[in-house]
Design a protein around this ligand. Structure first.
Ligand SMILES: [Zn+2]
Length: 341
């Protein structure tokens, strides 16, 4: 094996959807153990079921598969997008998610520059044990920019990281059934103007008044300062105590903001939580600040910080757990129009 320091781990090393035991050991040995010991805030491992329960080996394997060259940048309406869909649907089945009306795929006509095409949202759910009639939507877009000339836009951070995070939390909630029902929504067409999320709000699988909150993940795979941002607590103050309660123990530096004012600094409408906000559904968006590889062919698997990625998904899983247990105030807040609208 030689000096594994120099061994480069490539997406093609893990083609299968569910990693074998050997591949598990390999990922753990080469990627996760070193990264987790190197990364983090140096704080003692946090107490919290979400922090502990995420299967980091499969999480990394999903990220590597979705950002592989074979996915050809997953642009809406392309063969690469179809391959990404097939991979994600296999993960839906592995997480034993339930379909709505016997289907996980919800196609829609996407009007974009250069004509129309067909987009496909992937939607499944896990029924709640106490309040099956109430729904939390955990979302992430799985599409990206495709390729231009010969350059593939692998979109490892944007947004194979978020899509893999949703799948990891779906698997975790299989072992830790939520009190409220949770919808897992992998949106298409985000890069063309939040098309999949708008379609979901226009034709939801359950009535919008049953959807209590949205938790959206977009770019959670790397940050040089170890910072993960949570936006939403200003327009939806009911989310602030839940988020602030995470800060002392989160294995990443969790920062609240990017949800007020005008301009690029306000992320409210810059990813799939936007249509939920417009529909007056409380939301939290998790993401990192832009990096030099944003929307570049260089946004690859090799640039992902595995330690930070695993820690940020664990932090989000813990948030989902606390939101699920503490959903009551959010239910009542939803009936009141959001502050600062
Ligand atoms: Zn994105």
């Amino acid at each position: 094996m030689g000096d594994r320091q120099h061994l480069t781990v490539r997406p093609s090393h893990f083609p299968l959807s569910v990693v074998s035991a050997t591949q598990r050991a390999l990922i753990a040995l080469l990627v996760i153990v070193p990264a987790l010991s190197a990364q983090g805030t140096g704080r003692a491992p946090a107490k919290g079921v979400g922090y502990a329960g995420i299967d980091s080996v499969q999480l990394i394997a999903d990220l590597s598969a979705l950002s592989a060259d074979s996915m050809d940048g997953r642009r809406i309406g392309t063969a690469g997008n179809i391959r990404a869909r097939a991979y994600i649907l296999r993960q839906f089945l592995a997480a034993s998610l339930s379909p709505f009306a016997q289907r996980f795929t919800f196609s829609f006509t996407a009007v974009r520059a250069g004509g129309t095409t067909t987009g496909t949202n992937l939607v499944g759910y896990r029924e709640g044990t106490k309040h099956p009639e109430r729904f939390i939507v955990l979302s992430a877009h799985y599409d990206h920019l495709g390729h231009k000339n010969e350059a593939i836009y692998n979109g490892a951070d944007d947004n194979a990281s978020g899509a893999s995070g949703v799948l990891a939390i779906a698997r975790w909630l299989k072992e830790h059934p939520p009190e409220n029902s949770v919808i897992f929504a992998l949106f298409d067409g985000e890069e063309e103007g939040l098309l999949g999320a708008k379609e979901f709000i226009a034709r939801p699988p359950v009535a919008l008044d049953k959807i209590v909150a949205n938790v959206n993940l977009d770019m959670v795979g790397r940050n040089a300062k170890g910072e993960l941002w949570a936006a939403g607590a200003t327009p939806w103050p009911v989310m602030r105590p839940l988020l602030e309660g995470l800060i002392p123990t989160a294995p990443v530096t969790l920062k609240l903001g990017h949800d007020t004012g005008t301009g690029q600094d306000n992320w409210t409408q810059q990813s799939d939580q936007g249509p939920f906000h417009t529909a007056r559904i409380p939301w939290v968006y998790f993401g990192v600040e832009d990096h030099p590889d944003y929307h570049q062919p260089s946004d690859t698997f090799a640039k992902i910080a595995p330690g930070f990625f695993v820690h940020s998904v664990r932090t989000i899983a813990e948030f989902v757990h606390r939101l699920d247990e503490g959903l009551e105030p959010v239910v009542s807040a939803k009936t009141r129009s959001p502050a600062g609208k």
